[in-house]
Design a protein around this ligand. Structure first.
Ligand SMILES: *[C@@H]1O[C@H](CO)[C@@H](O)[C@H](O)[C@H]1NC(C)=O
Length: 223
């Protein structure tokens, strides 16, 4: 009786250990060690995180760039943009502002060219027009709204965004939420865009619609 009990206990413990070893081996297959993002300002340290750039839900194929863009939440939390695992604009980096936040990326190398925040409530729209007039060919254009992207919007600016592939720039208004990735020489509409109108009846926050998130893999321009 005693021996049978001991054997049963030993078998139980053996099963637990085998299961633990199996789970450890299995889960380490799907994980990979990478470095902490630079903006955290810590010494590089290896941590275990899922193996996707910008925390995307899927891996991007070769010759595609991973990106994730979030609009601001009401007038409280600023927007953020990640490109190829680098946070290029965010409240933590302290380089975003109310209005439209725009980053220009070289479509073949993925390198950041320029970025800027444009106050669309009380700012000077000509500053945004000047910025948009100097977009080089084959450039990817990432845009995130914060608080109010619409008050100082004008037809010239709408036209530039429409030519970059936007479907919603022509109706962008006061306190709408907007996230967009377009390109300088895009012939068609960009598939990367989300838009929510400021509608008091359905707004998530009192005076603003919900924040928007856009993520995906954008093809590298290969010459
Ligand atoms: C983008 O990168 C390509 C390849 O390095 C380069 O030839 C081109 O001049 C770059 N464009 C800009 C605007 O920097």
């Amino acid at each position: 009786m005693r021996v049978a009990g001991l054997i049963r206990a030993a078998a139980f413990i053996f099963t637990l250990v085998a299961m633990w070893v199996f789970l450890r081996t299995y889960t380490s297959f799907s994980r990979k060690t990478i470095r902490l993002p630079r903006w955290l300002g810590m010494a590089p340290k290896e941590i275990r995180v899922p193996n996707t750039k910008c925390g995307l839900s899927k891996l991007c194929p070769d010759n595609f760039f991973a990106f994730k863009i979030s609009s601001g939440a009401a007038n409280v939390v600023g927007p953020s943009m990640c490109f190829e695992d680098e946070i290029i604009m965010s409240p933590v980096r302290n380089n975003v502002g109310r209005g439209l936040n725009i980053a220009l990326v070289n479509g073949s190398t993925g390198h950041l060219l320029r970025k800027g925040s444009f106050d669309m409530y009380s700012g000077e729209p000509q500053l945004l027009l000047n910025f948009l007039a100097e977009i080089p060919d084959s450039t990817l254009v990432l845009v995130a709204s914060y608080d109010d992207p619409g008050t100082k919007m004008n037809d010239k600016i709408r036209m530039v965004f429409t030519n970059l592939g936007s479907s919603y720039a022509n109706q962008l208004g006061f306190r709408d939420s907007w996230v967009f990735l377009g390109a300088k020489d895009l012939k068609n509409k960009s598939p990367f865009e989300q838009f929510l109108k400021n509608t008091p009846e359905t707004n998530k926050y009192e005076g603003w619609p919900e924040l928007l998130e856009l993520e995906g893999c954008v093809p590298r321009k290969v010459f």
